[in-house]
Each structure stands twice: as structure tokens, then as C-alpha cells.
Write a protein that binds this ligand. Sequence first.
Ligand SMILES: [Zn+2]
Length: 249
Amino acid sequence: MKKVMSLMLGAGMAVSIALAGGHSIHWGYSGEGAPAHWGDLSEDFVMCKMGKNQSPIDLRTDKAFETDLPAIVFSYHASSRDEVNNGHSVQVNIEPGSYIMIDGIKFELKQFHFHTPSENTIDGKFFPMEAHFVHVDEKGNIAVVALMFEYGQENGVLARFWNGMPERAGDHRDISIPAEEIRKLFPKNRAYYRFNGSLTTPPCSEGVRWFVLKEPVTVSKKQVEQFARIMGEPNNRPVQPINARVLLK
Ligand SMILES: [Zn+2]
């Protein structure tokens, strides 16, 4: 066993090269798999270092272009199916039948998951937690609605997902929370900032429509701490350069 271990250590370089392009890449948020290295972990992750439209970003509201943004039409009618700890976040998967309309296109809600602290920042400010509602259209295009949480009262809807949250990576459980509850996660005012970005996790694919709701909702410190404890480390990618992009408000 000892011999095998030292062989592996000695061949560490070769091992990581052999892994490139495979599926057993251990990306994460610290150490060798930290965000700064994502682009080198696999040729599939090259956008993480080469992309010019990467997420998250710091939203500079004073530099945002003011325009008449149409409301996002939310039609959430499906319940949750299950809750998965994928080792990078806790994700709630949604049954078919919930969607948003934006740009005249129907994007179906697939899942939502959480980051602590927030990934996007607003005028340099972090929020204790951010949820990403991931929607996909017929052609596979992605639209993410980001919801910020600030400290305050316990969030009753979140509590339903938090009680019995899968604690270890790979754990999951079935959980059927109706759409009307999921809709309650959102604030009344759904004004948003918009920009083009990417997935915030490998493979960091671009062409993602981002909508960051301006109004945060509350979460208790205890709820954030529970999530952070289960994750074991912050699961937020650092903000990326905005480059030539325009932020709309
Ligand atoms: Zn996310």
C-alpha cells in the first residue's frame, strides 16, 4: 500500500495529465481544484480561463445602462422532485412544467441551488447567500435568475428544503414541495439587472443570460450557517472581469 502511495505521489504530474479530458477531475473551491486552476484541469474547462464573458461579476450599478427592461414572466407550476448534495452545492431539481418567458422565448426551470457567500456582488458588496434558478430553452440555451439573500428572519420556504438537507456529497432525497411554495421564495418586486455571462462552475460555458434580482429576500444567520457547514467551505467563484460587456438596469 505504501509503495502504491509513493508511486502515485511520484507520478502525480502524469496522473493529472491523464485525467485531463476524463470525468474524474476534482474541481472545487480550494487547493489544487480551486477556481484559479479550473481552466487547467481539463481541456473541457478551457473557457474558465479563456472566456471573456465569464460569471460571476461585480455589478457596478452606476455604470449600468438604464433601459426599459421587460418584466420576466414567471410561470412556475411544477413541484420539486428531489434535493441533491452534489459536493459543490445543494441542488433542488424541479419536475417539468415551470418556466419563464424572456426575449419571447420559453425557458424551463430545471433546478435551483445555492452559493454562500454570493457569487455576483453588487457595487462590491457580497450577500451572505445567492440562489441560482437555472432555466433551459428548447435549443439548450440557459437563463439564470439569481436571487440574493440578506440576513433577517428565518426563511420559511427555505426551511422546507433545509430540514433534512442531504449532508454528504452524493446524498439525495426525494422532496415534493409544490410550485406555490417555490414561488414564495421570490420578492414582490422582480426588477433586475441583466448581463451576458457563463456558468459559474466548470465547464464555464458562455452564452448564459443572467438576471440578478435587485431586491433581496431574507434568510436567518442560522440557515446560512447550516448550509455553509454542510458545504464545508465557501462555494463561490470569485468575480470575473466584465470586459466589453454592458450591464443593463
Ligand atoms: Zn450557481
